[in-house]
Design a protein around this ligand. Structure first.
Ligand code: 13P
Length: 246
């Protein structure tokens, strides 16, 4: 049984005052895992606020190296020390803003694993790729290139986030979501066997309270990576509840 996961990516948003929202999130005793990834300066305070609650804390990126001359970067071990249990790697905004490649994302995921963090590895196509002839092949290539050979269901979560659906209010059709998640599952099983069957696959891109329940009906959607709707508990809690009910 794969444990469902509701992950919130605050991106470059959030103030100390907003952390109070976190303490109100809940999912019952055996409900979905909840992870919130605030900006790095808020990590320790977020970890304090959520101590003893259902909410775990994650980073939004890490460096592939353990330490060194990398101004502005953060090592996976530092995230762990700050109280994180996971880290997002390879988000399309980092791939676009910082020209991150699949190989770099894979190295970051390996660093996360060495530090004892779960790597939430993001993949997903542009709109042009979605309309082109080999969309699934492109996503499969990203999956293959960004995921470490040593990945297990404990160390790795895959987040499928179509770039054109992020922050736009547009979501793929259910057929597209099902087809893409099924393809990702099949590839994970081919490469990792039973571990691939157990790995969680999240959908991300304009997940809202109004569409979450439908998206969670897909067999290989194990949860969501949520941006804008994770900033307020009044938006994120209904998404967690829809996941719990799915
Ligand atoms: P939105 O939910 O705001 O579309 O963002 C999705 C995302 O990029 C999460 O990582």
């Amino acid at each position: 049984m794969r444990r469902k996961l509701a992950a919130g990516n605050w991106k470059m948003n959030g103030t100390p005052e907003m952390l109070a929202e976190l303490s109100t999130l809940s999912s019952g005793d055996s409900g979905p895992q909840i992870i919130i990834c605030p900006p790095a300066p808020l990590l320790t305070r977020a970890a304090d606020v959520t101590l003893g609650s259902r909410v775990e804390i994650g980073g939004q990126d890490c460096h592939a190296n353990a330490s060194g001359a990398h101004t502005g970067d953060i090592a996976a071990t530092m995230l762990k020390d700050a109280g994180a249990t996971s880290v997002i790697v390879g988000h399309s905004e980092r791939r676009a803003d910082h020209a991150e490649t699949d190989a770099q994302v894979r190295a970051k995921a390996e660093a996360a694993c060495r530090a004892g963090l779960t790597a939430i590895i993001c993949i997903g196509e542009s709109e042009e790729e979605r309309l082109g002839p080999d969309c699934l092949g492109i996503i499969a290539g990203q999956l293959d290139g960004s995921t470490p050979d040593t990945a297990t269901a404990d160390t790795t979560v895959i987040a499928y986030e179509p770039i054109w659906a992020i922050g736009t209010g547009r979501v793929p059709t259910m057929e597209q979501i099902i087809e893409t998640h099924d393809m990702i599952r099949a590839n994970l099983i081919t490469r990792f066997g039973d571990q691939g069957a157990q790995m969680r696959i999240l959908y991300g891109g304009s997940v809202k309270p109004a569409n979450a329940a439908d998206i969670f009906k897909a067999e290989n959607v194990d949860g969501a990576l949520v941006g804008g709707a994770s900033l307020k508990a009044s938006d994120f809690q209904p998404i967690i509840d829809a996941l719990a009910a799915s």
